[in-house]
Design a protein around this ligand. Structure first.
Ligand code: PMP
Length: 374
């Protein structure tokens, strides 16, 4: 009998648990105003472009050599950067870096998850938590946030006691709902995980730099909670999504564990050099955070004027609604040249805070869509 010809993905000898999954994908449509992927809208300054180019050139002179496998210098820079948010001197041994925080999350699932183990998240949240868990053959339990998208200590501790997860994912600020968690919720999660002894608490702080004044980072809890892992990224606040740099802070033993699954030389010498150069320009780059926060606050003020509900935002985006048909609003905005994100949350849409002209274009388009006067 002739071998069956492979014509579609369904014909491939795929892992059974991958069948039926959809890949992660934000539709990229070429329109004038793109506010759909929570990027920082500020391109690097001419001075920074020059510095990044020089760093890449210098790295190129040694491109015949493998990079520093443990990215020691970059991790030391990141540790130094985290120190002010942490409120204590973060040590290089507590920091790990990889290609985007997605790779960090994947390495965490590889180390702590796997067949027969479970990861728990509170939905709606960042969909990659679930997808990365499933891709690493880790079971997934999607617990629900409260109706108003909040999450309290009781709900989180209850889920830990019920499921005894290998990994518990908490995004703070959460994507797509934008609100940060109180430290009481995170420490309750760590305490409950300590009690059941089953796994680690991963706080995904991809948007931490955008949080409102007075909201502390989960980093401050690290000294008291060895099961706590805080992940961060240079994609958002550092406006470096194209370079793919994510990192974490945790107990040094967690960092040692990640070395078991990381690929040798996973972080290229170019990536390390670019990331270090961006960190050397932290003041300039973090200046863009203030500009983005101002646009975020403007959106939060203006959207209610248009009759919209807005979830309180500690991030560089705003969740707004509540529409009877969010898909029609999304399409109406797109027809006006403005791309926002339909995150599949009935009645709600997510808009990234962009440049002032983009905010204006978005608000004008939304006003036209909602009043039926394009
Ligand atoms: N975590 C959250 C909550 C995110 O929204 C994103 C990006 N959309 C990431 C992690 C991944 O970011 P990156 O891989 O670019 O670091």
């Amino acid at each position: 009998r002739p071998a069956r010809r492979v014509v579609t993905l369904d014909d491939l000898p795929l892992r059974d648990d991958l069948r039926g999954l959809s890949p992660y994908g934000a539709p990229q449509i070429d329109v004038p105003v793109r506010l759909n992927t929570n990027e920082n809208p500020h391109p690097p300054s001419a001075g920074l472009v020059d510095a990044l180019g020089k760093a890449a050139t210098l790295a190129a002179t040694e491109a015949n050599r493998y990079p520093d496998r443990d990215a020691e210098a970059l991790r030391a820079d990141l540790a130094y950067y985290l120190t002010s948010d942490a409120g204590f001197g973060v040590h290089t041994a507590q920091v790990w870096a990889a290609n985007g925080s997605n790779e960090i999350l994947q390495q965490l699932c590889q180390v702590f998850g796997g067949p027969g183990r479970t990861a728990v998240g509170f939905e709606p949240s960042y969909s990659m938590h679930r997808l990365i868990a499933l891709a690493t053959a880790t079971g997934w339990v999607g617990e629900q946030r409260a109706e108003d998208f909040t999450l309290d200590a009781e709900r989180v501790a209850g889920a830990i006691h019920r499921h005894r997860p290998a990994l518990l994912f908490l995004a703070s600020p959460n994507n797509p709902t934008a609100t940060a968690l109180g430290l009481d919720v995170i420490s309750a999660a760590c305490d409950a995980m300590e009690e059941v002894g089953s796994g680690v608490v991963v706080v995904d702080e991809a948007y931490a730099e955008f949080r409102r004044a007075g909201v502390p980072s989960a980093l401050t809890l690290l000294p008291d909670h060895p099961r706590l892992v805080v992940t961060r990224t240079m994609s958002k606040a550092f406006a470096l999504a194209g370079a793919r740099v994510g990192y974490l802070a945790a107990h040094p033993a967690v960092v040692d564990a990640l070395a078991l699954v990381r690929l040798p030389y996973h972080l290229s010498s170019f990536t390390q050099a670019i990331a270090r150069t961006a960190l050397a320009h932290a003041d300039e780059l973090l200046g863009t955070v203030e500009a983005v926060k101002a646009q975020r606050d403007l959106l939060a003020r203006e959207l209610p004027q248009l009759g919209c509900e807005v979830a309180p935002s500690d991030a560089n985006f705003v969740l707004f609604g509540h529409f009877t048909d969010q898909r029609a609003v999304w399409q109406g905005l797109l027809d006006a040249g403005v791309l926002v994100r339909d995150v599949g949350l009935g009645g709600w849409l997510r808009v990234t805070a962009g440049l002032p002209a983009e905010t204006d274009a978005f608000l004008a388009a939304l006003r036209a869509v909602l009043t039926g006067n394009p």
